[in-house]
Design a protein around this ligand. Structure first.
Ligand SMILES: C[S@@+](CC[C@H](N)C(=O)[O-])C[C@H]1O[C@@H](n2cnc3c(N)ncnc32)[C@H](O)[C@@H]1O
Length: 426
């Protein structure tokens, strides 16, 4: 496969494409990637490649002549081949794996034209370009990054570039699914173990497990791809199994709630970290400033307000239940508390990553309510970030009502606003 990238910045492009896997494939003669300086093909003394746009307006437009001369030289040098001339532009069809497969399979010479400034003279596109490709619905300064992405994605599909076809046929987007999760050593990292099946050495089981994860991930992460899925009979069987497994994942052993101790702190810190990462991933500006931490738990221990949820001998969740009035709740805006008597507040509630979707969070709220009841308190209050959809769904499921907005002091640069909820216990 020969790829010529026509650009005003050949050195920058070459620096990224002549290394690693593609670099090695080029040395073996499987690939021939050339970065061609468009400026070398100007016919004016100043080597000017752009000029003002007709009709006025901002910026400059790349002239057709240097582009056409550059393209002619490239084509003459490459000779007769199955060639495709592609202009990288935000106006093109969005690039995807199917396009990469088509280009790798149908052509052995791609010419990628990188625009710059305001773009290129339309007449060059009409006259010389076979296809327009976009990297996505955003505007880049130049076509170089897009050309590099196309080159990389196409070249790794060229036979011989990767060690085996399986390297790419099992990857995300090959057949409309995302790839299964990958793990490497150590067996346990930050309290998270590599799934047992991957360590068992049973190839058939590993294959089934991986295929199920592909189905599951695509369903969860990319509903748009999932809608367009085309599943084999085996996939349908695996999907049925997967659905059964997911509904069975509910908790089967007893869950215990007990007071947290100093010895639990490392486990609780892990829960905080997992939750903070989860919130960050879902772009929720909550727990992103070092709170809560080991000292917060120590404070909870001193006041007898911290509790852990234990499942099968493991720390599955944490919360603080405090009967002390919360200062931030004194100035509730856009609403009103349902009761003005004593209340308990749930703070710092979280469950471990592997307990999401198992009902553990619901059990945690119930445990907190039990404790409030035991203290003779009928109103339980809790607040969360307005974007914390998982927490808001949980509260709604457990019968909490939105009562208004409160403000916390959370440190500069973080969102201090929280939505407050209340439930009156029967
Ligand atoms: C600033 S852009 C010009 C955008 C053009 N004025 C428009 O609005 O359609 C300069 C060059 O960057 C490249 N480029 C910008 N965004 C791109 C994208 N999303 N995909 C591929 N190439 C892009 C194109 O080669 C384009 O000619």
């Amino acid at each position: 496969m020969r790829i010529d990238i026509m650009t005003l910045f050949p050195e920058a492009v070459a620096a990224s494409l002549k290394i690693s896997i593609l670099g090695r494939a080029e040395k073996k003669g499987i690939l021939d990637i050339r970065c061609v300086q468009i400026r070398d093909y100007t016919e004016n003394r100043q080597q000017q490649v752009d000029d003002y746009p007709y009709g006025g307006g901002w910026g400059c437009v790349m002239m057709a002549q240097p582009l056409k001369s550059c393209l002619d030289a490239v084509c003459a040098d490459a000779g007769e081949r199955a060639r495709r001339v592609i202009y990288l532009t935000p106006q093109g069809r969005t690039f995807d794996q199917a396009a990469a497969r088509r280009l790798a399979a149908d052509y052995d010479h791609l010419v990628l034209v990188c625009g710059h400034y305001e773009g290129v003279d339309e007449r060059f596109i009409e006259e010389c370009v076979d296809e327009e490709i976009s990297l996505g619905d955003f505007v880049l300064t130049g076509g170089e990054l897009a050309a590099m992405a196309v080159t990389d994605a196409v070249c790794r599909l060229v036979p011989g570039v990767l060690s085996d076809e399986e390297c790419f046929t099992g990857e995300s987007h090959w057949e409309g699914l995302l790839e299964y999760p990958q793990y490497t050593r150590p067996d346990v990292w930050e309290g998270r173990a590599v799934p047992e099946v991957l360590r068992g050495g049973n190839d058939a089981e590993i294959r089934r497990w991986r295929r199920k994860r592909m189905l599951e991930r695509t369903m969860e992460k990319r509903p748009d791809l999932w809608e367009r899925r085309s599943l084999s009979e085996e996939d349908e069987t695996l999907l049925t199994e997967l659905m059964k497994e997911r509904s069975r994942m509910k908790l089967t052993e007893p869950v215990e709630c007990r007071a947290v101790t100093e010895a639990d702190i490392p486990d609780v810190e892990l829960l905080f970290r997992q939750s903070s990462n989860y919130l960050k991933k879902h772009r929720v500006d909550q727990w992103q400033n070092g709170y809560p931490n080991a000292d917060t738990v120590r404070g909870d221990i001193e006041r007898g307000e911290g509790f852990v949820m234990m499942y099968g001998g493991r720390t599955a969740g944490y919360f603080c239940l405090s009967a002390r009035p919360e200062k931030a709740y004194d100035t509730l805006t856009d609403g009103k508390w349902r009761s003005d008597g004593p209340y308990a507040v749930i703070h710092r509630s979280c469950v471990g990553a592997e307990y999401r979707g198992t009902g553990m969070s619901d059990r945690l709220i119930l445990a907190a309510e039990e404790l409030a009841r035991a203290m003779g308190i009928a109103s339980v209050r809790v607040d969360t970030h307005r974007r914390n959809g998982a927490m808001k769904k949980l509260l709604s499921r457990c019968g909490y009502q939105f009562r208004g907005n409160v403000l916390y002091s959370v440190g500069e640069g973080h969102d201090p606003r929280r939505q407050a909820f209340e439930k009156i216990l029967k």
